[in-house]
Design a protein around this ligand. Structure first.
Ligand code: MG
Length: 288
């Protein structure tokens, strides 16, 4: 864990890391206490673009933790900010929830499904055949096309539901095009935005999450350390088979806090790598 001593900001995934559905996971409060006392910044980072940061702040507050909307960055807000820097005030066709539409309005865009300059695809459980057809028409016409995040499935209390990655695949099958940019984890735009928000260089950040192909994959998209927690989606056999290998593996945030606050370990001749507490060997063959 001594390699985490240089970390000045933790990016915390939410579902499967901080909570599962509506249940706070062990050690979340202690982890936030520790970071506050140690002067380490924390930003909650979610790929879910269906809700506003204020919704998550309320949800976490209801679990007894003090969190402000500014401490939360969703892929929806990150996408609105990304486009705001490139084409402020432009006409955007937003395929997403009313909350994502509102996010774009709040960032100064005009929503326009007929003659847009940009197409934005977010998580949208209300999408139907007419909407899919319009989405494909706009993408086929060659408009700049941005997706909020890449996840294929969204975990729910009753199992997986198809997420935006499945819609991206549908659009590609029809039009031959993939998004020009995907903003959420593990991609560079949301990492840079998180670094901006915390006012820290990317190198001093560490991503903590439960999903290999988004949270842990961030370690390959940026010079950022990663911690995998086993409190959510990933089980040890998944880790063994994955091209995405974290710097550390912890059972949950309680385990991570215990490791961070433990007395420095005795120097280890091999640099210390063997158990779940210790650094894993990165699979360089998978690095791009
Ligand atoms: Mg998660």
């Amino acid at each position: 864990m001594d390699r985490l001593a240089t970390v000045r900001g933790f990016l915390l995934d939410m579902d499967g890391t901080v909570y599962l559905s509506d249940r706070l996971l062990p050690g979340t409060a202690a982890f936030l206490d520790y970071t506050r006392r140690a002067g380490i910044r924390v930003l909650f980072l979610t790929n879910n673009s269906s809700r506003h940061a204020a919704h998550y702040a309320e949800k976490i507050a209801a679990m007894g933790l003090e969190v402000t909307p500014e401490q939360i960055l969703t892929s929806g807000e990150a996408t609105a900010r990304y486009l705001q820097r490139r084409a402020p005030g432009s006409r955007v066709a937003v395929f997403g929830t009313p909350s994502l539409e509102e996010e774009f309005r709040q960032h100064g865009f005009t929503l326009d499904m007929k003659d847009p300059a940009y197409v934005v695809l977010g998580f949208d459980q209300t999408i139907d055949y007419a909407k899919l057809t319009l989405l494909c028409d706009l993408v086929r016409a060659g408009l700049p096309y941005i997706a909020t995040h890449p996840d294929f499935n969204c975990p729910t209390a009753t199992g997986f539901i198809p997420d935006i990655g499945a819609i991206i695949a549908f659009v590609e099958a029809s039009t031959g095009r993939r998004p020009d940019a995907v903003i959420g984890k593990p991609n560079r735009p949301i990492i840079e935005m998180a670094a901006d928000r915390l006012q820290l260089p990317v190198e001093l950040l560490c991503m903590v999450g439960d999903r290999l192909y988004t949270d842990v994959a961030m370690g390959q998209a940026a010079p950022i350390k990663t911690v995998l927690v086993l409190s959510g989606e990933t089980k040890p056999p998944d880790l063994a088979e994955s091209p995405f290998q974290p710097d550390y593996v912890c059972a949950d945030l309680a385990h991570l806090t215990a490791r961070l606050t433990a007395a420095p370990a005795r120097p280890d001749p091999d640099g210390g790598a063997a158990t779940a507490d210790r650094p894993t060997q990165r699979d360089r063959s998978a690095d791009r």
